[in-house]
Ligand binder design. Structure first.
Ligand SMILES: *Cc1c(COP(=O)(O)O)cnc(C)c1O
Length: 378
């Protein structure tokens, strides 16, 4: 089964056939055929005019997608690398890590691994980090001296919860203007609007293989001037992810070390698709698919794990209150070449996750729902 998507203006490509979605897991997501194909072009040197032109093009598009005028670093790594990079560049004193799921916990672990002085603030899983919680914790810590940065995950993929990072950034700014606001938007970026500059986010990091719908292997972060000014004051930044090093190269439309040229070609084609669809349309599509998925779950007697008002536009965490066999469900879906995710960590078999990120259409979701209905009726 294949649907045809018509996308005007996408790098001169004629309409391509979008194969039916296979992966309803929160990354990697399915990649469009012409995006995959872009990786097979003959290799070029990275100190060439052709590469610099490619870099300059994707850099401008990424800035538009992050809604920032500052800069976006592009690194050959997965997103977790930027958890580490953010700690090494932005923190010399203390960092406050808000933990409400597995990925915010990972960022905290990266901070500890970098030898930083961490303050961990636990927030119940399945609930959002609220601005009041952040203000309170920050105010308490400020009594003992400055706090260099706070970390918060925008879209906790392990629970399907979105935290209001714009309100959090405003709360931080109002009580401690020098504290940097660092945001992980790995599984929400390109699926929902994250206006980095308008919200006052200092660093916003993401990976290629989630709502951006690219193969894994690239990571991106928007970084404010404040982040660069901080990096100048911090020692032990390392080399590969040293923002000052990346900045020097960025000004010449290149990277300090050999970039992932094939992936950057794929990125270029995919960014053209994203802008051809239209950002507002893309974000509305994700919101609509989230709505349909939540409704499917409720209509079948399931509960939604995430607290109301903070449910993810890209991944729905369904509580397995009907005690279905999630492994058996996935084996059934496999027969139709589809896959969903079990609950993460402690939620294994107690919940399952339906991802609706990337290039997923309503028809794709209906096909998944029909197959799940079949399983539930059997
Ligand atoms: C997937 C994910 C990560 C880890 O990203 P990698 O690219 O696998 O390193 C971090 N944070 C969140 C919220 C994620 O969903």
């Amino acid at each position: 089964m294949a649907t045809t998507i018509q996308r005007a203006g996408s790098a001169g490509n004629a309409a391509q056939t979008k194969p039916a979605q296979r992966l309803f897991i929160p990354g990697p997501t399915d990649v469009l055929p012409d995006v995959m194909a872009a990786q097979t072009a003959p290799m070029i040197g990275h100190r060439s005019d052709e590469f610099e032109a490619l870099f300059a093009k994707v850099e401008e598009q990424l800035k538009a997608l992050f809604f920032t005028k500052s800069r976006v670093y592009i690194v050959a790594a997965s997103g977790s690398a930027l958890h580490e990079a953010s700690m090494r560049n932005c923190v010399s004193g203390r960092v406050l890590n808000f933990v409400n799921g597995a990925f915010s916990q990972r960022w905290h672990d990266a901070a500890k691994g970098c030898g930083k002085q961490t303050i961990r603030v636990d927030v119940a899983w399945n609930t959002a980090v609220k601005p009041e919680t952040v203000s309170q914790a920050l105010a308490q810590e400020l009594a003992d001296g400055p706090v260099d940065a706070i970390t918060v995950v925008h879209n906790e993929t392990s629970t399907g919860v979105v935290s209001p990072v714009g309100d959090i950034a405003a709360a931080v700014r109002s009580i401690s203007p020098e504290t940097l606001v660092l945001v992980d938007a790995v599984s929400s970026f390109a699926g929902t609007e994250i206006p980095v500059d308008a919200w006052g986010i200092d660093l916003c990091l993401t990976s290629s293989q989630k709502a951006l719908a690219l193969p894994p292997g690239l990571a991106f972060c928007a970084a404010s001037d404040r982040v660069l000014a901080r990096a100048e004051q911090v020692t032990g930044r390392g080399w590969y992810f040293d923002f000052l090093n990346l900045e020097k190269s960025l000004k010449k439309n290149t990277t300090p070390s050999t970039p992932a040229i094939t992936l950057m070609r794929a990125l270029s084609v995919q960014l053209d698709h994203i802008f051809a669809e239209g950002l507002a349309e893309r974000f509305a599509r994700h919101a609509h698919l989230a709505q349909l998925t939540q409704q499917w779950a409720l209509d079948h007697g399931f509960e939604l794990a995430a607290e109301e008002g903070y449910r993810s536009p890209t991944v729905t965490n369904v509580t397995n209150n009907l005690a279905i066999n999630v492994g058996a469900l996935n084996r059934h879906l496999e027969e139709a070449d589809m896959e969903i995710s079990n609950g993460y960590g402690i939620y294994k078999d107690k919940a399952f996750r339906l991802a609706h990120m990337g290039e997923v259409t309503e028809a794709d979701m209906q096909r998944l729902f029909a197959a799940m209905d079949e399983f539930l009726a059997a």
